[in-house]
Design a binder for this molecule. Sequence first.
Ligand SMILES: [Zn+2]
Length: 450
Amino acid sequence: MGNVGGEFVLDQCKKGNSFFVEDDIRYEDFVRMVCGDYNISEMNAVEFSYMLPKRMMEQMASNTFPISLSSHRQLASFITLLKTDIMCIYVSVTANKGHRDVNRNQKPAVGENAAADFGSFGNFHYEKPSQETMKPSQETVKPSLGTMKPTQLRKSETIKSGDVFSGKKELIMKLRKISVIDRFDFIIKKSWKRLFYAKCFVPGCSWKIRASAMSISSPEFLVRKYTDFHTCSAAVRYSRNRQANAKCIGEMYVEGFSGGSDLRGIRPKHIMGCMRAVYEIEIGYTKAHGALAYARDMVRGTHASGYQDLPTYLYRIKEANPGTITELELDTENRFKYLFIAFSACIKGFPFMRRVIVINGAHLSGKFRGVMLVASCQDGDRGIYPIAFGIVNGEDASAWEWFFTQLRHVVGDGRNLAFVSDRCPAIAKSLTNVFPEAHRAYAFITLDKT
Ligand SMILES: [Zn+2]
């Protein structure tokens, strides 16, 4: 919860209640309504208090006490605040008002509004309860991580004027997360190369942000002005949340709830439930599915990042298996083209195998496709013995020729060797070029049946 938080004691029996009140309701009528709902006979024993909204609390000392509500004027102020913020009133009941110490040495029973937002409460603590305070219930509990409302688990995200972002994308993602946490929506009015301007989707609301590039050549964006305050009605503001796209939800899920796991067993419905419980937003199955795919890419690495990590992976293979042969071929634009791996254990065992090498290619599924080339032979027990394998971008003659050239470092020049493959002309041509001395045979049954 960051630097805001609260410690309230919730009366599990009475729990919370919500009321519809007129803007000009009289204080006495309000007290009567509350007493009726909570079945309190002594109207004088009731006391109300509330915490200022989060935006106000951030401007005030962290130990700011709750605001007392005991007159018509104070109730009118509270109702005015309700137009732009969701708040709740805490109802405390004392046994003997005449002898009650009016300082805050008491634990109030909490009338928890259904829409209560604990995230807006200040960082204050009530001390030990006074003996004079009527205990509302023996089941009174102190909120802890186990008993806190899910809304208390929200991660906070903030932006200030003067903040610098590595690029416009990072700024927009941060805004998307804030729009989920604070439950509103924004419209991007300008998103140019060096200027960004967004405002709350409710016409006339004061929330807006303006950012621009640090300089002509820099991709960094500086927040020039940020008005983090809504003047729109909370009910209208909460009604829309279109900026919460799949990528934003996926990132928030990983950062807040994955606990460092690889998300095995997580389903879209889990993400939907989590967003509903913690951020009180409804997302559809399709969006949750997209969010989960993005979240998985985040924790496992994407296919693209897998290719980027290849040189490091090959280095580690060779370090762990001395004698292993690996080759990585890149194209002119430094992109992956061919890969060859022959593990040292396979290389050492090859002289003791039958001198017949079976060659096969298998097309790979996935985003980047490609073909896996495999060279294997038979051991003395007629078992398949792998010699080497490679990944190439396509099963053409140049790919096969590159693969056979690497294989030659493992199996020698081809004398006393026979190669078995299908009738692919690319294989025949490449074999003749690289292993001119070798014998050749065609297999009519594929590798998995030999
Ligand atoms: Zn607004």
